[in-house]
Design a protein around this ligand. Structure first.
Ligand code: G3I
Length: 461
């Protein structure tokens, strides 16, 4: 059996260091390498990520199942128990018994809980299937409000809307009774969820989005539009129900969404058993690990016998609960590390004024420029700052912002800040200091009062 990659990596580092005579630099690199962890959750946590599983309330009495669950995973998603048909079986009558069992299982194990899913054209209760127009819209928004309120403060991330885009080449919306209430039904759902639980991350979740294709691009355009108009969206879920391979641009697709300023998550991973299963699992894990805003991975079940894909054996544990080769592949990829997830941004309060952009100073060689976009509300704002390299690459940057008196920075992400009021300087963190010529990166901060009105200055190093 091969040794875990972490140990192989150490040997390579020491050998190359000796060859170069750079013993000191190498020993620093080795000392900063985290120890290999022996479970999925613990190894993901080393880089600030989670590794989760979809679980079913009906299986929580199975000791083999819960043994693996509590040992390996630090996030859970209810496979069916928080869906519309489960939580509101008749209109206005809400049942949370099984959803609460999943929630409590997760919280008692110190796990994150992903809520799945507030609105989905599938598994609509029959009473909702027979509604249309404003009656359906009102019922849907009431459902979002009630369920998100019941779980307020306890859910890490909600799949607010699931699978609303069509398959095929058009990149447009899927027809459904929800879609027929008006194209704005998705943003209405996100706004209602945000009002009910301002601290939950709010995700759009879909499948067949595993590379740059018409469907993922349709979703990308929606997210970009939402961000530009201040619709409170925080994350995009990529279900990743995979066959025997993944597109070569899987990671690039995650990255383009992350570059819009949302987290990305692998939400329902399973891979058909076959010669490639272990390597596909490894590739997906490495892709997430390589994207700073890929905050975690969830597999859609624990043992092969728990999967909805009967007969395909698509999970990490066999029917008896033994670890498969795919498990080892994932664990090694997690332990190999990657950029640490940036700190959680503040809540995405809906703006009361439209986003504004400051003018951008044209960058010159060896320099950088910065522009700021504000989402403001009464008493506060979030600022997204775009840092752009000039005609030469930048190896580090510092952006200085002048805040109006009385205001203060309360938190920042993708940058470190010095000072909280008056003149505040934000510097790159380890993973975003290098910007290629003409390229850009983004950081953000949240503040009280009103946001900066002048264009920030940027200093390259
Ligand atoms: O609970 C009833 C049981 O009482 C009844 O005897 C039995 C008879 O068929 O059905 C049981 O309900 C089933 C339920 O799973 C619980 O096992 C439903 O028929 C069945 O349709 C349902 O399937 C779920 C499916 O979503 C529904 O579309 C799967 O478990 C679940 O894994 C699957 O998950 C979806 C995600 O939510 C969204 N993305 C795709 C993913 C896979 O389809």
């Amino acid at each position: 059996m091969n040794p875990p990659s972490i140990f192989r990596r150490r040997r390579v580092l020491l050998l190359s260091a000796a060859a170069a005579g750079a013993v000191l630099a190498a020993s620093v690199a080795v000392a900063s390498t985290a120890e290999a962890a022996s479970t999925l959750g613990a190894s993901a946590a080393q880089s600030g990520r989670y590794f989760g599983a979809a679980i079913a309330a009906g299986k929580l009495g199975d000791a083999n199942y819960t043994g693996i669950l509590t040992r390996e995973f630090n996030a859970v998603t209810p496979e069916n128990e928080m869906k519309w048909d489960a939580t509101e079986p008749s209109q206005g009558r809400f049942t949370y018994t099984n959803g609460d069992r999943i929630l409590n299982q997760g919280l008692s194990n110190g796990s994150k809980v992903r809520g799945h899913a507030l609105l989905w054209h599938n598994q609509e209760p029959s009473w909702a299937q027979s509604l249309s127009g404003s009656a359906l819209r009102n019922a849907a928004i009431n459902h979002v409000t009630q369920v998100a309120t019941h779980y307020k403060g306890k859910i890490y991330a909600w799949d607010v809307v699931n699978e609303a885009f069509a398959d095929g080449g058009g990149g447009g919306r899927r027809d459904s009774n929800l879609q027929r209430t008006g194209n704005d039904w998705i943003e209405a759902a996100f706004r209602a969820a945000h009002t009910a639980d301002p601290n939950a991350k709010l995700c759009y979740n879909d499948y067949n989005t595993d590379g740059v294709n018409a469907k993922s691009t349709g979703i990308y355009n929606m997210v970009r539009d939402f961000k530009s108009r201040g619709v409170p969206i925080d994350c995009v879920g990529f279900q990743s129900h995979l066959g025997t391979g993944i597109p070569g641009d899987y990671q690039a697709n995650l990255q383009r969404f992350a570059d819009l300023g949302v987290d990305v998550q692998i939400t329902e991973l399973d891979v058909a058993q076959g010669g490639n299963q272990a390597s596909v699992y490894g590739s997906v894990t490495r892709a997430c690990m390589a994207v700073a805003r890929c905050t975690g991975i969830t597999v859609w079940g624990i043992r092969d016998s728990d999967s909805w894909r009967t007969g395909e054996n698509p999970l990490l544990f066999d029917n008896s609960g033994n670890k498969k080769a795919a498990y080892t592949s994932v664990l090694n990829a997690l332990n190999a590390g990657g950029p640490t997830v940036p700190p959680t941004s503040g809540p995405t309060s809906p703006p009361t004024s439209p986003p504004t952009s400051g003018p951008t100073t044209p960058p010159s060689a060896g320099a950088c420029s910065a522009s700021v976009t504000l989402n403001s509300w009464n008493g506060g704002y979030t600022a997204t700052v775009k840092v752009t390299a000039g005609s030469a690459a930048v190896n580090g940057w510092a952006v200085t912002v002048n805040l109006p008196s009385g205001g203060a920075v309360t938190n920042a992400w993708n940058a470190t800040s010095s000072g909280t009021s008056g003149t505040v300087t934000f510097a790159n963190v380890s993973y975003n200091g290098q910007i290629p010529a003409g390229g850009s990166t983004e950081f953000g901060f949240q503040g009280t009062g009103s946001g900066p009105s002048a264009t920030p200055t940027c200093r390259a190093s």
